[in-house]
Write a protein that binds this ligand. Structure first.
Ligand code: NAP
Length: 297
């Protein structure tokens, strides 16, 4: 299939492009400065030029704290962009795979969130991503939104890379232990899109494959639990582990509020999409191998 990928160098796109090629797809990936998803003319031109048979949107405004001050930009990329893509995809008759976030929820539920739970974002980033999901599906019902969380990979900025860097620089690390969720490796999210594409191409609007589905790694943990696993893995590769101290969210204030409960129930992904959640501990091993190649003592 000819696949239009929006975003080229972000965490998911970087993992997606080689997987699309390996599966025999022909991919074109676009991002700034040559392409701006928020520009209707550029979106229309990209469809006219590349005539995609499917679209995967890996682009987003992901600076959660900065979004509190850059509301217009966050909404342009995360809400207007998916709407424009949905409109162009509907006109072309092609399906869309999109990614969204646990931040659409306020985190007050005591159990993992299902797709039936009402969203209630507590910050601008979550609000903009929710608006994007809604606009995309309204414009192109033949869309799949994979809501995910705590995305990591060997590329870009993410928690694994931050922990490794700080762990090298500091003897002690204080990490929040009262936010619950599940790390998700970008490679697994990219593989999910590749697995979905043939089914989406064949499915009509109304097929249960379309809609919003939760997809994260498993098992659930906290940022502190994730940090423990990162430092244990780094220690096995020769990096001295810092002393790790569990703290509360109140002890680590950020501009944007984070949901205390980011756990997403991924039952639907396994049952309807045939995408069981992947064990993030295996993804972490691969990520550490990629990041620390040659650094073992
Ligand atoms: N990171 C997380 O922890 C997390 C958690 C939950 C959900 N998600 C979701 O997962 C998806 C992918 O996230 P990620 O971490 O891979 O993101 P990322 O690494 O921040 O990459 C975002 C990509 O979007 C591109 N982009 C930004 N503005 C654009 C525009 N106007 N037009 C076209 N492209 C634009 C960026 O290009 P430039 O670099 O050139 O700007 C970059 O390639 C997003 O939908 C995100 O909301 C992420």
């Amino acid at each position: 299939m000819r696949v239009l990928v929006i975003g080229r160098t972000g965490q998911i796109a970087t993992e997606l492009l080689p997987r699309l090629a390996a599966a025999g797809h022909e991919a074109v990936a676009l991002e700034p400065p040559e392409f701006d998803l928020t520009d209707a003319g550029q979106v229309a031109a990209a469809f006219a030029r590349h005539r995609p048979e499917a679209v995967v949107n890996c682009a987003a405004y992901t600076a959660v704290d900065r979004a509190e001050e850059e509301r217009d930009l966050a909404f342009a990329v995360n809400a207007t962009g998916p709407r424009l893509l949905g409109e162009a995809a509907a006109e072309a008759g092609v399906p869309v795979v999109h990614y969204s976030t646990d931040y659409v929820f306020d985190g007050s539920k005591a159990a993992p969130y299902t797709e039936a739970d009402p969203p209630n974002p507590v910050g601008v980033y979550g609000a903009s991503k929710l608006a994007g999901e809604q606009a995309l599906h309204a414009a192109q019902p033949r869309s799949v939104t994979l809501r995910t969380a705590w995305v990591c990979s060997p590329h870009g900025n993410n928690f694994v890379k931050t922990m490794l860097r700080f762990g090298r620089e500091r003897p002690e690390m204080r990490v929040v232990a009262d936010q619950h969720g599940a790390p998700t490796f970008a490679a697994d999210l990219a593989a999910a899109a590749v697995a979905l594409l043939p089914r989406l191409a064949a499915a009509s609007a109304g097929d249960p494959v379309f809609g919003v589905t939760h997809l994260t790694g498993m098992p659930y943990t906290t940022w502190h639990g994730f940090a423990e696993a990162i430092f244990a893995g780094a220690a096995r590769r020769g990096q001295t582990a810092p002393q790790l101290t569990a703290i509360t969210t109140a002890e680590y204030p950020t501009k944007a509020r984070r949901p205390a409960n980011s756990r997403l129930d991924c039952t639907r992904a396994a049952r309807v999409l045939g995408l069981p959640p992947q064990d993030w501990r295996a993804g972490l091993e691969r990520c550490l191998d990629a990041l620390m190649k040659g650094s073992a003592a």
